[in-house]
Design a protein around this ligand. Structure first.
Ligand code: SAM
Length: 331
């Protein structure tokens, strides 16, 4: 997004965005949500049952430098923004080449230069600039959402809380176009859409203590034992994510896959950088601000039970900050 922020089209959209009232955006949202719900989501459904060939080493390893592939949508998201297609490491998502509807493609072409961002792993993001309007930096708090799917829940949360910026990350091209279209139709100025692997974003592009929250809603459950290593929520991921979170920031996870919920609770409870917000050390009630998501709906229709987990980022004396290598002072 920062590569072409001053095109006439980008400037016009930003001005339109500035004029939009949050209350109007919230009202318009309900109507647009119904239209968006009609968009097909074959690829997201495929993710649940994906059985991809796999190879590699754990997330967090060094990234090989590779030439970038040609974009599928000129001016839009790159198919391999970090040039890491050949990097041997475990991925938490299933690479998919799924159909993009006409309206999603149109949104990608027009809106990507304004609100889109490739995770290229080559620069440190300035979130104040990223969420600014091209002239003025933003001082909004920013939460990262990993795996927004088709983005309906993301757009709802953005409409309901215009004073928070949502950095929404996914590799799913139709979903990126869908979320951009929802943002435009609802006058949402507080969503940025990042394309690529959230691991590279956390590892190489986010400054320390830059996030006010992290949301991971219905991550791919990878039910087969041999695929458990592909689950996102595990100790290495938490160690990678923690330094980007401000002390007190909330990591909010939700899943309808019982064994994954148990794994989440276990690894989050054991991790020194997080503490449970629930006094009883268990699952949390679903907070009002989290809308039902598309995958949640599928799980509920199958009779699954949904669990939310709300953990707070803490800095304990003696803990090492993985970004800076600094040690937290004794209390
Ligand atoms: C099962 S879907 C859930 C989508 C949405 N949150 C919902 O509840 O409807 C999980 C999504 O996470 C995305 N994802 C998984 N790992 C990711 C990663 N490392 N970086 C970016 N996106 C990822 C997948 O592409 C997929 O769209």
């Amino acid at each position: 997004m920062s590569e072409s922020p001053h095109t006439p089209e980008a400037t016009g959209l930003r001005e339109a965005s500035r004029a939009a009232e949050p209350a109007e955006a919230a009202r318009a949202f309900e109507a647009a949500g119904a239209r968006a719900a009609a968009e097909p989501d074959r690829a997201a459904e495929a993710a649940r049952s994906s059985e991809a060939a796999e190879s590699g080493r754990a997330a967090g390893g060094p990234r090989a430098s590779r030439p970038q592939a040609a974009p599928r949508f000129p001016g839009g998201p790159s198919p391999d923004p970090a040039g890491s297609h050949h990097e041997r490491r475990i991925r938490s998502f299933q690479p998919r080449r799924s159909r993009v509807t006409t309206s999603q493609g149109d949104a990608l072409r027009r809106l990507w230069p304004v609100w889109g961002l490739d995770i290229d792993g080559l620069r440190t993001l300035d979130l104040g600039e990223l969420f600014g309007d091209g002239q003025k930096r933003s001082d909004k708090p920013v939460v990262l959402e990993i795996g927004f799917g088709m983005g309906e829940a993301t757009a709802r949360m953005a409409a309901a809380d215009p004073d928070t910026g949502i950095l929404a990350v996914d590799v799913h091209t139709p979903g990126q176009g869908n979320l951009l279209g929802l943002a435009e139709r609802n006058g949402l100025t507080n969503v940025r859409v990042a394309n690529g692997d959230a691991i590279i974003l956390l590892r190489e592009m986010l400054p320390p203590s830059s996030l006010d929250g992290l949301r991971v809603y219905f991550p791919d459950p990878w039910p087969k034992p041999r695929h458990h290593k592909r689950r996102l929520i595990q100790p290495d991921f938490l160690t990678l994510a923690a330094p980007s979170l401000k002390p007190g920031a909330i990591l909010h996870c939700a899943t309808d896959w019982e064994p994954y919920a148990e794994q989440m609770l276990e690894v989050l409870t054991a991790h020194p950088d997080f503490e449970n917000t629930q006094p009883d050390g268990g699952y949390a009630p679903r907070p009002d601000f989290r809308p039902h998501t598309r995958f949640e709906g599928q799980g509920l229709r199958k009779g699954h039970v949904v669990h939310d987990l709300l953990f707070r980022r803490v800095t304990r004396p003696g803990a090492t900050d993985a970004h800076s290598g600094a040690t937290a002072p004794e209390a």
